[in-house]
Write a protein that binds this ligand. Structure first.
Ligand code: AGP
Length: 615
C-alpha cells in the first residue's frame, strides 16, 4: 500500500491492437482524484506524435477536444494537479522538446529545474511553459543531439541522472515509435500486464478494470514498455532487474483509496509524504513572504475552519520565533471586527486549502479595497486566492478528497513554521543553534508523524471504542496547543457529530468546568513544553470532578500518563512551536475511529461539503 501525495495522475499503454486514446481517456478518469485542473494525451502513429491537452476537468476537455480521437496503439496521458505554473493549456502535460519528436508526462517536483532550464536556454532551447517538467524533454533532446547513436532509454537514463527531486515520468519519441520509456524516483509507478497489452500508471486503479497483474517499479528504476512486454533497469548502473507481476485482489472502489476504507484515513496516512513536499518548497517564495511580513505594520491571519486553526498556531510561531505580533481572525468576522481599521499599512495573510472559501475571499476583497497587502497560502494553484494574492505559497498537499481537512492542516503548519523561521532569521531574534535545531526537527517531522501513526493507531482505535457513546467532549490545551485542541474538536464534531467544546485550559475555572461530572471525557493536548506544569494543574482540577482524562502526551511522560485514564504518546523532543503538526495526528485518528464506531462515513459528513475551484 503506497501512500503518495504527489499530485498528478499518469498512465500509458502499448496495445497489440486498437487505438490507445480511448483506453488512456478512461484510465485518466479513474485517476482524476489525483489532480483535476488540466489533462492531456499524446499518441504516436506512423512516425508522428499527436497531442491533445487543455486546462479543465477531463469531461470538460473531452467535450471540446474528444480525447478518444487520437491515432496509434501507443500513448501516454496525464491529469494534473498544478505545483509549478498555473492550470493553463500551455502548462498542461505532455510537454515536448524543440523538435516535437519527444513527448513527456511527469508526476512529481523537479527541484533543480531553474538551473537546468537556464543551461538549456543558453544552448538555444526554447521553453513554452512555466512548468518544472518541461526541462525533461529538452534534456532528452540534448542527449540525443550530443550522441545520436544512443537509444531513447539511454537518453532518458542520462537525463534522469541530472534531475533532483521526485519524479515518475513517461517518454515517447518518433525516434523509437514502438516504445514507452518510464523512470521513477519517489513518485509511484506501477506496470500492468495482460495478454493484449502492457500498461503503466501512477496508481493501480488506472488499469485494474483491464488487468489485476501489476509490477511495482521501485525508486531508481527505469522501465521500457513495448509489445514484447516490459524491461526494468537500475538507473544507477543499468543492470537488468527481473520482477514478476503480482495479482492485486482489490475492488476498483477500494483501489482508488489505495486499499484504505476511506479517503480521510488514506489522507491521514499521506501526511508524512505531504510534509516532505512542504520541505521542498522554493526558498524564494518563503523568503518573499517573510519579507512582506517583516515590513508589515500589522498582520492579520485570516481563514475559516481548519485553516483558521493553522492561523491560530502560526500566531504563536511568529510571536515566539520572530517577535512579530499577528492577529488570527475568523474570516466571517473579519469585516465586522477589523474592516474599518485595515489600511495601506496592513497585511493580510489569507489561508485556504481550496483557495475558494467565500468568507476568506470576502475578507480579502474588503482589505484590498482599503489598499492592504494580501498574501496567500493555499493548496490549489489557479484558485481565486492565488489570483488575488501579491505573493502566495502553494503547500503541495495534492488533492484532498475527504471533506474533513487533515493532510492540508499539517502542511499549512509546516509552511507557516518555515516562514516563521525565515522571519526569525531576518530579525535575528533566534540564535543560529536554535534555528538549526528547529530546522532539523522540522526536517524530521515526516518520520515523526509516520512513527505516531504506526505506533499509536491501534491504541486510538481502543480509546474510540471506549468513548463512542460519550455525549460531549472537552478539548483543552495551553499555548500553541490551544490551536491543536480546537482542531481536534472540529474533527470530532464534523465527522462523528459529537458536541465538543475546546478552549484554552486556563479558562476552565472561569465557567466551563461547571459542565464536568463523573465520566465526562476531557482530551488534554500535553506536550512537554513551558505550559506543561500549569496544564497538569488543569488536569487535576478536572480529575477532582470525576472527568475521564484522555491525554496526548510526550512519549515516556510517566507523570501525566499516571494522571490520565487513557493516553496517546507522541515522539520525544518536539519543539513547542512545531508540536501541533504531530500532536494533532492522534486527534484526527480519534475523530475518524469514533465516527466509524458510531456508524458514520467520515468522507461525506452530513450538511458539509468541500470548497472547490470555480472555473
Ligand atoms: C475542515 O475539516 C473543514 N472542511 C472546513 O472547516 C474547512 O477547513 C474550511 O471550510 C476552510 O476551507 P479552506 O481551507 O478550503 O478555505
Amino acid at each position: 500500500m503506497c501512500c503518495d501525495s504527489r499530485m498528478c495522475g499518469i498512465f500509458g499503454c502499448v496495445l497489440k491492437e486498437g487505438n490507445a486514446a480511448p483506453i488512456i481517456h478512461a484510465a485518466l478518469k479513474r485517476l482524476e482524484y489525483r489532480g483535476y485542473d488540466s489533462v492531456g494525451e499524446a499518441t504516436i502513429d506512423d512516425g508522428e506524435i499527436y497531442i491533445k491537452k487543455d486546462r479543465g476537468m477531463i469531461d470538460e476537455v473531452h467535450k471540446i477536444k474528444n480525447l478518444d480521437d487520437l491515432p496509434g496503439n501507443i500513448g501516454i496521458g496525464h491529469t494534473r494537479w498544478a505545483t509549478h505554473g498555473a492550470p493553463l493549456e500551455v502548462n498542461a502535460h505532455p510537454h515536448m522538446d524543440c523538435t516535437g519528436q519527444i513527448a513527456v508526462i511527469h508526476n512529481g517536483i523537479i527541484e533543480n529545474f531553474e538551473e537546468l532550464k537556464q543551461e538549456l536556454e543558453n544552448n538555444g532551447h526554447f521553453f513554452k511553459s512555466k512548468t518544472d517538467t518541461e526541462v525533461i524533454p529538452h534534456l532528452i533532446e540534448h542527449s540525443l543531439e550530443i550522441n545520436p547513436s544512443i537509444s531513447l532509454a539511454d537518453a532518458v537514463l542520462e537525463t534522469v541522472k541530472k534531475l533532483n527531486g521526485s519524479y515518475a515520468i513517461a517518454v515517447i519519441s518518433t525516434r523509437e515509435p514502438d516504445k514507452i520509456v518510464c523512470a521513477r524516483n519517489e513518485s509511484p509507478l506501477v506496470v500492468g500486464v495482460n495478454e493484449k497489452a502492457v500498461y503503466f500508471a501512477s496508481d493501480i486503479p488506472a488499469f485494474l478494470p483491464v488487468t489485476n497483474k501489476a509490477v511495482i517499479v521501485d525508486d531508481g528504476e527505469l522501465v521500457t514498455l513495448s509489445l514484447d512486454g516490459y524491461e526494468i533497469k537500475k538507473i544507477a548502473d543499468s543492470s537488468i532487474v527481473t520482477r514478476e507481476p503480482k495479482v492485486i485482489d482489490w475492488a476498483p472502489e477500494m483501489a482508488v483509496k489505495q486499499g484504505y476504507p476511506h479517503f480521510m484515513l488514506k489522507e491521514i496516512h499521506e501526511q508524512p509524504e505531504c510534509l516532505r513536499n512542504t520541505l521542498r518548497l522554493q526558498d524564494h517564495y518563503l523568503d518573499l513572504m517573510a519579507t512582506f511580513l517583516d515590513r508589515a505594520r500589522e498582520v492579520y491571519l485570516v481563514a475559516c475552519g481548519t485553516s483558521y486553526h493553522a492561523c491560530l498556531a502560526a500566531s504563536y510561531m511568529f510571536s515566539k520565533l520572530a517577535f512579530l505580533a499577528t492577529y488570527p481572525v475568523v474570516a466571517s468576522e473579519f469585516v465586522e471586527q477589523h474592516g474599518k481599521s485595515v489600511n495601506i499599512d496592513s497585511t493580510i495573510l489569507a489561508v485556504s486549502q481550496s483557495g475558494e472559501t467565500a468568507d476568506t475571499l470576502a475578507s480579502i476583497h474588503a482589505a484590498r479595497q482599503r489598499a492592504a497587502t494580501v498574501l496567500g497560502l493555499t493548496n490549489v494553484i489557479g484558485s481565486t486566492l492565488t489570483r488575488v494574492s501579491r505573493v502566495y505559497i502553494s503547500q503541495q498537499s495534492g488533492p484532498e478528497i475527504g471533506v474533513a481537512a487533515t493532510k492540508t492542516f499539517t502542511s499549512q503548519l509546516s509552511v507557516m513554521a518555515q516562514v516563521a523561521l525565515k522571519l526569525a532569521k531576518k530579525r535575528g531574534k533566534v540564535s543560529q543553534d536554535e534555528m538549526d535545531y528547529l530546522a532539523e526537527r522540522l526536517d524530521k517531522m515526516p518520520e515523526t508523524v509516520d512513527t505516531i501513526i504506526r505506533t499509536q493507531e491501534e491504541k486510538v482505535k481502543q480509546i474510540a471504542k471506549k468513548y463512542k457513546d460519550a455525549k460531549v467532549f472537552f478539548f483543552l490545551g495551553r499555548g500553541i496547543s490551544t490551536a491543536t485542541a480546537y482542531e481536534g474538536r472540529l474533527k470530532l464534531m464534523e465527522i462523528a457529530y459529537v458536541p465538543a467544546i475546546a478552549f484554552p485550559a486556563g479558562e476552565s475555572k472561569h465557567g466551563p468546568i461547571s459542565l464536568v461530572e463523573p465520566g465526562f471525557p476531557v482530551v488534554f493536548v500535553c506536550p512537554k513544553d513551558d505550559t506543561r506544569k500549569t496544564l497538569i494543574g488543569n488536569i487535576m482540577e478536572m480529575k477532582a470532578r470525576g472527568a475521564s482524562i484522555i491525554a496526548v502526551v510526550e512519549e515516556g511522560d510517566e507523570e501525566v500518563k499516571r494522571l490520565a485514564d487513557d493516553f496517546i504518546e507522541v515522539s520525544k523532543g518536539i519543539p513547542d512551536v512545531l508540536s501541533p503538526i504531530s500532536y494533532v495526528i492522534p486527534l484526527q485518528l480519534l475523530a475518524y475511529y469514533i465516527a466509524l464506531e458510531r456508524g458514520y462515513n467520515p468522507d461525506t459528513p452530513r450538511n458539509l461539503a468541500k470548497s472547490v475551484t470555480v472555473k
